[in-house]
Design a protein around this ligand. Structure first.
Ligand code: FES
Ligand code: FE
Length: 441
């Protein structure tokens, strides 16, 4: 590792005690850990940047982030994708300062160095008059990341030794397909990316989407559900399901959980139109054929999921987001909505409306979630608060890898097994210098 570590391997490993189910809260607040994360987690993991539908045509681009590193994602003329550092190698200015668009080239706004859409330096003002003999444009393009896609989602990785994306996702793809592969047409995005900042560590959000159905089944969202109940529906009709599963990936820190069978909560969150689309009729039957079982297609209701480290989404609700770290105490959330590409326009419009109302910068459930994370972060300013280890025991020793229908380690829907998996992976990435030992093998 390049960065000198003030935390040694034993100390980082001790942040999570899986056997006893405790977690050291400094994992959320320590500046030194945060800086190590940038190199060891964000410098080596597959980071989700957007959806293929964000950049359909040659020259279409998005500016995004891998950890704190700004990048440009560009569709090439041969349909491939490139991701390169959004930093001009001349004096370090951001090459591109807009959120996205279509470009033939990128010109740095400081001294005008210009790059083609592949990230090659192609023009330098006063090159022959002003530069030197050993100046070689070919050597001065920005650093390139690896890019791969999974069913529409685009991921990038700086580490040439990292496993390919499919291997990295492992058994998590089975659960990603619940949202991404319900029709042969795949998914598209409802245009626009919402971006907002909240004062908390990114791991609260990643962990909750990975492993926490408990807050939805208990207190956090009850008032939001009550406030937005569809006409004619009482809170008692919006029965909170009690049947469901949680998955912890065999390797990689990915996790998900979902309810099975009881549509009340999906109706209460997304309204009857979407619940009907998701569970009845031709679209649901087609999903059942593709996914191979009714339980996975029609009966699967609300699902939370995180692909380690920062790609999270909610199948059924269909919001997708990435948690961009901005220091130990701040996260920038980038969110968009996906929908079956061949869904009727009316359903696409309903997804737009309902995800805005529920999970967006102004969404009712987003407020509930953010409120919890921000309050915990504020509490962690205290010295005593950072000393006491937190409880992460739920479901300890109760998940097993022998479910005939679901891959990975499977337990009851209210569980913290996937959270333990997420922190286990985080610790391994923070402490293992080498992919040979880091896996997945
Ligand atoms: Fe980009 Fe000088 S910093 S051209
Ligand atoms: Fe929530």
């Amino acid at each position: 590792f390049e960065k000198k570590n003030v935390w040694n391997v034993e100390e980082i490993t001790a942040l999570l005690d899986e056997e006893n189910g405790t977690l050291d809260p400094r994992i959320y607040s320590d500046q030194d850990l945060y800086e190590l994360e940038q190199e060891r987690v964000f410098g080596r993991s597959w980071i989700m940047l957007g959806h293929e539908a964000h950049v359909p045509k040659a020259g279409d681009f998005l500016t995004a982030y891998m950890g704190e590193d700004p990048v440009i994602l560009v569709r090439q003329k041969d349909r491939s994708l490139k991701v390169f550092l959004n930093q001009c190698p001349h004096r370090g200015m951001r090459i591109c300062r807009t959120d996205g668009g279509n470009a033939k080239s990128f010109t740095c706004s400081y001294h005008g160095w210009a790059y083609d859409i592949g990230g090659n330096l192609v023009n330098v003002p006063y090159e022959s008059e002003a530069f030197c003999e050993d100046f070689n444009k070919a050597e001065w393009g920005p650093g390139q990341a690896r890019v791969e896609t999974y069913k529409g989602l685009i991921f990038a990785n700086w580490d040439k030794n990292a496993p390919n994306l499919r291997e990295y996702l492992g058994d998590a793809t089975f659960y990603m397909d619940h949202m991404l592969d319900r029709t042969e047409a795949g998914t598209e995005v409802i245009s626009g990316m919402q971006k907002w900042v909240i004062p908390c560590n990114w791991k609260f959000a990643a962990e909750q989407f990975c492993s926490d159905m408990y807050h939805a089944g208990t207190v956090s969202h009850l008032s939001g559900i009550e406030a937005g109940l569809p006409e004619g529906m009482e809170l008692s009709d919006a029965k909170i399901p009690t049947v469901g599963y949680q998955f912890r990936a065999k390797w990689g820190g990915h996790g998900t959980g979902f309810y099975v069978g009881e549509p009340g909560m999906l109706v209460a969150i997304m309204g009857p139109k979407i619940a009907k689309y998701w569970t009845e009729g031709e679209a649901a039957a087609r999903a059942e054929r593709r996914l191979g079982s009714a339980e996975r297609a029609r009966q699967l209701m609300v699902q939370h999921m995180t692909v380690f480290p920062t790609c999270s989404f909610l199948p059924g609700i269909n919001t997708v987001r990435t948690w961009q770290p901005r220091g130990p105490n701040e996260t920038e959330i980038w969110a968009f909505t996906v929908v079956d590409a061949d869904a009727p326009d009316e359903i696409k419009e309903e997804y737009r409306r309902q995800t805005l109302r529920t999970f967006s910068a102004g969404g009712v459930f987003e407020q509930d979630d953010g409120e919890n994370w921000v309050e915990i972060q504020a509490v962690l300013r205290g010295h005593q608060a950072r000393k006491r280890r937190l409880n992460i025991q739920m479901g300890k020793g109760r998940s097993a890898a022998d479910n005939p229908h679901y891959p990975g380690s499977i337990g009851y829907v209210y569980n913290e097994e996937a959270a333990r998996g997420l922190y286990h992976q985080w610790i391994r990435m923070m402490t293992e210098p080498d992919w040979d030992t880091l896996g997945p093998k």
